[in-house]
Design a protein around this ligand. Sequence first.
Ligand code: DGY
Length: 325
Amino acid sequence: MKKKVFVAREVFDEASSLLEAHFEVQSNQADTVLDAEALAGALADKDGALVALTERIDAPLLARCPRLRAVCNIAVGFDNIDLAACTAHGVMATNTPGVLDDTTADFAWTLILATARRLTEAERYLRDGRWQRWQLKQLLGLDVHHATLGIVGMGRIGQAVARRALGFDMQVLYHDPNPVAPEVEAACRARRVTLDELLARADIVSLHVPYSAHTQHLIGAREIALMRPSAILVNTARGGVVDDEALVQALRAGRIGGAGLDVFEREPALHPGFLELANVVLAPHIASASARTRLRMAMLAAENLVAALSTGQPPNLLNADVRRG
Ligand code: DGY
């Protein structure tokens, strides 16, 4: 008899076909975000699940899903999954590392350039019919070339952002608890510094850390106060790494130059302050959203699910200490 899996959000046909070749598949075709009750109901008789960052996988849910053996996230970040609870319930958890690094780095750069050069503000100015004449002092921005880029979190995505800075002749500083290999530092022309030094020196601060209890509000009022008055902050990592209230206050008071944000503390809800501010560029968590990369993420998650339930050896297992089988 085929094992049963639940696909919690809409995926590409290619991923559905792969799963259907191995399992009896039930899908949330409506692509709604299921509440905990509905998710528990859907998973109660399932052996595996394909989920996204919108699904919270925790101990109370797992206690109601006795057959569940694998939860495969369609994301590299896995702060929606309680790994210890998965391990305690014998559930393998996986993510999708590696396939979205360059696409996310491209988008960090999209936000860096758009924020530094005030692109969305300029477009609104045009669309509102306010452009009357060319002016020397119109919509003046921040030069990105030869500026200092500060990268917080020098993992795969942070490194991909740093490599792109070479083309802008930038000085790159990074902060990470673990230094990267000397050859990586050399290739990116990057130097490791403390977080406080990075914040004080960078013209552009780009965040690339996972969300956890350790990185909750890593950038709060104290850290923002250390930044240069003209500096911009870019977040393509996770909401909650930045204290949104502190950021809104700082932007309102002109304590920093601007912010480019793809992720938010209570997304999809936005701090209303962001909507009033001209010096922020806002995006709805789309840093990895190129057609090719989102397909690769869905396929990798589906491949993890197939491997987890057929061999107990998914390629991207997060909790290696889990009891399998
Ligand atoms: C991830 O993979 O963690 C992204 O945030 C999802 O787009």
